[in-house]
Design a protein around this ligand. Structure first.
Ligand SMILES: [Zn+2]
Length: 158
C-alpha cells in the first residue's frame, strides 16, 4: 500500500531527527559529567600539592620533583577540562571565535574580542531542523489518518 509506505518512510526520518536531538542532549550530560570528574581530580591534586608544600616548608622534605610532577599533572588536567568546557559551549550553541577562542553571544556576527567573522549560527540551524521535524510529524499524522480511513473503507466494503 503506497500511503502506508510513505507513512513508514516519513516516520523513519522523523525518528532519525529526534534521535539526533536526543543524542545531543546525551552528549551534553556526558560532557558535564566529564567536566565534574576532571574538576574533582584537579581539586585532589591541589590537596596533595598543598601537603607536599607543607612537608617541604615545615619539615624540610626534599620533594621538589614530586611537587613539579603534581603541578604538571594539574596543568594537564586543566587543559583537558578546558577542552571539555569548549565542547560544552559548542553544543550549547554559544559562538566560540575560531581565531582567539573567546566565547561570544549566540547572535554575534563578529568576535567581541578580535573582530573575526563568526560562523553560521548553529542555533538557527537547530531551529530550522526542529521546524522540519514538526512539519514531517504533521505530514505523518495526516497520512496515517488517510491510511486508517482507507483501511476502514476497505473493511466496510466501500
Ligand atoms: Zn576572536
Amino acid at each position: 500500500m503506497k500511503i502506508l509506505d510513505d507513512v513508514v518512510v516519513n516516520a523513519k526520518s522523523v525518528a532519525s531527527e529526534i534521535g539526533k536531538k536526543a543524542g545531543k542532549a546525551f552528549d551534553l550530560s556526558k560532557l558535564k559529567f566529564n567536566a565534574a570528574d576532571l574538576s574533582g581530580e584537579i581539586n585532589k591534586k591541589y590537596k596533595s600539592l598543598g601537603k607536599l608544600v607543607f612537608l617541604a616548608k615545615r619539615e624540610g622534605a626534599e620533594n621538589d620533583l614530586e611537587i613539579e610532577n603534581v603541578m604538571n599533572e594539574i596543568e594537564q588536567l586543566q587543559d583537558d577540562l578546558d577542552a571539555v568546557n569548549e565542547e560544552i559551549l559548542l553544543i550549547r550553541n554559544k559562538r566560540v571565535c575560531p581565531v582567539c577562542k573567546k566565547e561570544n553571544p549566540s547572535d554575534a556576527l563578529f568576535c567581541n574580542a578580535c573582530g573575526a567573522a563568526l560562523s553560521v549560527p548553529e542555533e538557527e540551524a537547530a531551529e530550522e531542523a526542529a521546524e522540519e521535524v514538526k512539519e514531517a510529524a504533521e505530514e505523518v499524522c495526516e497520512k496515517a489518518e488517510e491510511a486508517a480511513k482507507d483501511a476502514a473503507d476497505e473493511i466496510l466494503g466501500e
